[in-house]
Design a protein around this ligand. Structure first.
Ligand code: SAH
Length: 350
């Protein structure tokens, strides 16, 4: 069982408090305070002193510390590098869209999926994040920036469906009416395509948007850039997407990183159209963000525009993702990677 009160539901906190001889109404008080981002029980002014002291010794409140904060001069995007209580670091990005302030949060420290173009996976998986560590990213980004957060995307470091139970618990917590109360319809979860977990997610019938990182129209291409495709090839993945739609009636959003000479030809676009027939979908075309360690290069603007037009002409809505925060290393894993590299470099080379 989670030993951190901030990872618990209100009912579970009630159970803990009952064992400490407390009345039922205290659960809501504690839950509400924790979800306001207090850093000490002494801030919980409506709790008796004795209880505050007892909780302090039994259930310390953890909060992440800001290690780096970078703000884009161009578009107001803010990137945070947080240090967690065990010293590990994760990133959160705050993006300011016309429809609301959106945070992109991490679900793991590192990642074990091994995608060839992604900075987050270079050092492998260190550990999964606890529910409260995902909640804290939303909470403390809101507190530090002073900007109210209305939307969340699970598109930072890590594979959310590889940390399934903790991510489900996080969604429940952040959606709670007595907490941050962020609507499920304002939350997107992105996966590289863990088929059994997509089926498990479908059964929950959440109103979130499922984003699938497809990045290729067939196994031949996808096998070269995403090792996960060997376990769950495109046919199985697309079948799972169809089942997901049948179960939830939620349109799937596909992410497609456009990589020069790899997945960006007219033939690739036509093959995608053919394979997606009958599945309501939306495409997010992302010009590849170049990662230092990788030989892969972004597609040309012309190739991206042509690809978009081919999909649109076939009735598949496709948007080219506006790249925010390009001046602050604001894509997946880049800031953490830079920081870790700097720290491990010999002192004289810094
Ligand atoms: N593990 C999840 C979520 C993390 S990344 C997933 O795979 O979906 C969010 C998105 O950014 C994914 O679509 C991922 O494939 C993409 N991505 C990672 N590195 C990228 C890069 N260098 N350029 C463009 N997109 C990238």
């Amino acid at each position: 069982m989670n030993e951190n009160l901030k990872s618990m539901t209100m009912a579970e906190i009630g159970g803990v408090l009952k064992e400490l001889g407390q009345p039922a109404f205290r659960a809501k008080q504690v839950f509400t305070w924790l979800h306001k981002g207090v850093k000490s029980y002494d801030e919980m002014s409506n709790l008796p002193q004795g209880l505050r002291a007892e909780l302090t010794s039994r259930y310390p409140i953890c909060a992440p510390e800001v290690v780096r904060k970078q703000e884009s001069q161009k578009d107001g995007t803010i990137k945070y590098l947080w240090r967690l209580s065990d010293g590990n670091c994760v990133e959160t990005v705050l993006m300011r869209y016309h429809y609301g302030n959106t945070v992109c949060i991490s679900s793991e420290v590192g990642c074990r999926m091994g995608c060839a173009f992604c900075a987050s996976t270079l050092g492998g998986l260190v550990r999964k994040l606890e529910p409260f560590e995902m909640l804290d990213q939303v909470l403390f980004t809101q507190i530090d920036s002073g900007l109210p957060i209305s939307h969340i995307v699970l598109m930072g470091i890590g594979e959310p469906l590889d940390n399934f139970d903790n991510v489900m618990r996080f969604l429940e917590l952040v959606n709670s009416a007595d907490g941050m109360n962020i609507s499920m319809r304002h939350i997107s979860l992105s996966t590289c395509g863990l088929v059994p977990k997509i089926d498990e997610l479908a059964k929950r019938k959440l109103q979130i948007t499922l984003s699938v990182s497809l990045h290729a129209p067939n196994d031949e291409v996808r096998n070269t850039i995403m090792p996960v495709n060997k376990a769950y090839p495109t046919e199985q993945l697309l079948a799972a997407c169809r089942r997901y739609y049948a179960e939830t009636s939620r349109r799937i959003s596909f992410e497609y990183a456009m990589i020069h000479g790899v997945n960006d030809s007219a033939e690739h676009a036509k093959e995608l159209i053919h394979r997606l027939k009958g599945l309501p979908a939306h495409f997010n075309l992302i010009p590849l963000n170049h990662v230092e360690e990788s030989p892969l290069k972004p597609s040309t603007r012309d190739a991206v525009a042509k690809f978009q037009k081919t999909l649109e002409d076939a009735g598949i809505p496709a948007t080219v993702r506006r790249t925010l925060g390009g001046d602050i290393d604001a894509s997946c894993g880049q800031l953490r990677r830079k920081y870790t590299k700097e720290r491990s470099a010999p002192a004289n080379s810094r």
